[in-house]
Design a protein around this ligand. Structure first.
Ligand SMILES: Cc1cc2nc3c(=O)[nH]c(=O)nc-3n(C[C@H](O)[C@H](O)[C@H](O)COP(=O)(O)OP(=O)(O)OC[C@H]3O[C@@H](n4cnc5c(N)ncnc54)[C@H](O)[C@@H]3O)c2cc1C
Length: 573
């Protein structure tokens, strides 16, 4: 088994080492920020561990718009520093760090008025394109101007009476949960200790300074202490709750703002590019993925359960209504095959606001020492995780140590990146022995990069793994097996929610494929029949609760409906 394999055995080994060895750094929270921090720290030569209370990326980092972008709207707000930093990170990810996971994607910015609007918008997008190219090799084309006829060629289903033309510009797209998971696996490759479903319940202090954490392994129910010279919490919307565990006097104030997305089948909209649309409060994206469209998002203050935010009827209607502004054949509720909701961890200004103006709060990140020995970091974006990680580790180490052990992540490609372009060039022939066509091989390359070699080796050992899953044929059986043996999946829901995204990608949320996937997981994870049935029941209950929530009028009713499904660890263990 390769050094990067994450599974129950490697998890148990990591936990036993965390319980017995003193770490240089313990990272709390396995979203993209924590995952970035653990990779940054381990590649500086530190002994590092990371614990995540749910599955990897289950917080906001699996629930974003999945764009690697500078953010045109931040440019409108004249936030040049944020845009510039994010554009550089976008280019670094697309070109070097994760070319297998990140892909360029283009959007049309509609122009509604003749003559006056075009030069103004073009100036902004030119600045955006130029910033992305400063000191970096461009991964995508410079923006292009289109008349209405040009727009109709790129997106035949556009409503012709709502725009006079458009400007096409490029950004990036990434599966946020897979990016996070790949960061953790890359860190493990370099020697980091990593365990999901391990929650920090308290901090331990030595002479008033945080010197470790009390944790609970939610799979076994066992409690133990992890000792560490430094602790960094990257807890997203749970930042204040984490600081409270340390009885921190200072620290960050974080506001939660909900954003939802809907998923519509690819064939429902005739078009090959996306749209960025202005809304009253923010922007709405229509984003093309290979097999579907993702449309969102919303931006509303949120006060319900943070663990399972869900889309309500009102959220879905809002997104449909705003997308329909540019669609000739309007979409309806019946076209929506999936949804997800996420919570933005928005840093509040020093004085707490009244919770109603979340759109005005800065997207930039802040790192601080919340209590002696406990560093917290929050804010920022998926796109800028690497800079956030570098800042957090620099801060925790202090100037002298940070200088002696500088960050290496700018030049550390993620697992699967090395060899990706050569393998892509072989897409026509690479999967011939298994009867895979180039589309299938590209699907694998874009999820695993050069780790495709490991998946092929597994198929050679066990022939049936090379076949598609009967009721989810876009995925091969080996992907679910590999999810258990190499990607740290502990439950059926881990395979359908974050390793693949079947939960929102197909209309039945993967329910018809459950028996086949559960049998694969049972084989790889050693489940008996009772455990397998409990896993199936837990995922089914989750899907039903989310569907019920999506028919509820508001956040409170939707959260109530979602709460009908128990936590998977409670349902099956
Ligand atoms: C709707 C929406 C759209 C977005 N779109 C984009 C986009 O297109 N591009 C972009 O760049 N950014 C985007 N973002 C922002 C981006 O998603 C977030 O900034 C980022 O995911 C935050 O990551 P994080 O690791 O800080 O937080 P999280 O992903 O929430 O991670 C925090 C983790 O800490 C864990 N945790 C908390 N307490 C404990 C504890 N006591 N013990 C153990 N673990 C604990 C949680 O379980 C959680 O997994 C979007 C955000 C939203 C909500």
């Amino acid at each position: 088994m390769s050094a990067t394999a994450m599974n129950p055995t490697s998890r148990a080994a990591a936990l036993s080492r965390m319980a017995t060895e003193e770490l240089d750094l313990l990272v709390v929270g396995g979203g993209v920020t924590g995952a970035g921090i653990v990779l940054d720290a381990v590649t500086r030569g530190l002994r590092v561990g990371i614990v995540e209370g749910q599955d990897w990326a289950s917080g906001t980092s699996s629930r974003s718009s999945k764009l690697l972008h500078g953010g045109l709207r931040y440019l409108q707000a004249l936030d040049f520093k944020l845009v510039n930093e994010a554009l550089h990170e976008r280019e670094l990810l697309l070109a070097t760090l994760a070319p297998h996971l990140g892909k360029p994607v283009s959007f049309l910015y509609p122009l509604t008025k003749k003559y006056i609007e075009r030069p103004y918008v073009a100036a902004g997008i030119t600045l955006y394109d130029v910033m992305a190219r400063l000191g970096a090799k461009a991964t995508s084309p410079f923006h292009r101007h289109h008349t209405l006829a040009g727009v109709q060629k790129l997106f035949p289903d556009v409503r012709p009476d709502v725009m006079v033309g458009a400007i096409q510009y490029w950004d990036g797209r990434v599966d946020d949960a897979r990016l996070t998971l790949t960061l953790v696996r890359t860190a493990v490759e370099y020697g980091a200790l990593a365990a999901n479903r391990v929650r920090v319940t308290d901090f331990v202090k030595t002479n008033g300074r945080v010197s470790g954490a009390e944790v609970t392994d939610l799979e076994s129910g066992e409690d133990f202490t992890v000792k560490a010279k430094h602790v960094i919490a990257a807890a997203g919307v749970w930042t204040e709750a984490t600081q409270d565990l340390a009885e921190a006097q200072g620290g960050l104030k974080v506001l939660a703002s909900k954003g939802i997305h809907i998923v519509v089948p690819k064939e429902r909209l005739n078009g090959e590019v996306g749209f960025i649309l202005q809304t009253e409060k923010s922007v709405l994206f229509i984003i093309p993925w290979e097999r579907y469209w993702v449309i969102g998002t919303t931006d509303t203050p949120y006060e319900q359960d943070y663990v399972h935010p869900v889309a309500s009827q009102a959220d879905i209607d809002y997104v449909i209504d705003h997308a329909n502004v540019v669609l000739q054949k309007p979409i309806s509720r019946d076209d929506v095959i999936g949804t997800w909701a996420g919570l933005r961890p928005l840093l509040q200004p020093a004085t707490k606001g009244d919770g109603t103006a979340s759109t005005k709060v800065s997207r930039e990140h802040t790192v601080t020492e919340a209590a002696p020995g406990l560093v917290t970091i929050a804010g920022g974006k998926l796109t800028t995780y690497r800079v956030m990680a570098e800042d957090a580790v620099d801060f925790a180490l202090g100037e002298a140590q940070a200088k002696a052990k500088p960050s290496q992540t700018k030049k550390t490609p993620l697992l699967g990146a090395a060899g990706y372009s050569a393998l892509s060039a072989q897409a026509e022939t690479l999967g011939r022995e298994f009867g895979w066509d180039a589309t299938r091989v590209n699907h694998l390359l874009n999820r695993y990069g050069s780790e495709i070699n490991t998946l092929m080796a597994l198929c050679r050992e066990q022939e049936d793994l090379a076949k598609p899953v009967e009721h989810a044929p876009d995925y091969l059986r080996v992907e679910f097996a590999y999810g258990c043996t190499h990607e740290g999946a502990l439950h059926l829901e881990d395979l359908l929610v974050n390793r693949t995204r079947l939960t929102y990608e197909i209309a039945d949320s993967g329910l018809a494929a459950l028996p086949e996937i559960a049998a694969l997981a049972a084989d790889k994870l050693g489940w008996d029949d009772a455990r397998r049935d409990a896993e199936i029941a837990a995922y089914t209950a989750r899907v039903e609760a989310e569907r019920d929530a999506a028919t509820q009028p508001d956040d409170a009713a939707a959260a109530q409906a979602r709460s009908a499904a128990a936590e998977v660890v409670d349902a099956v263990n």
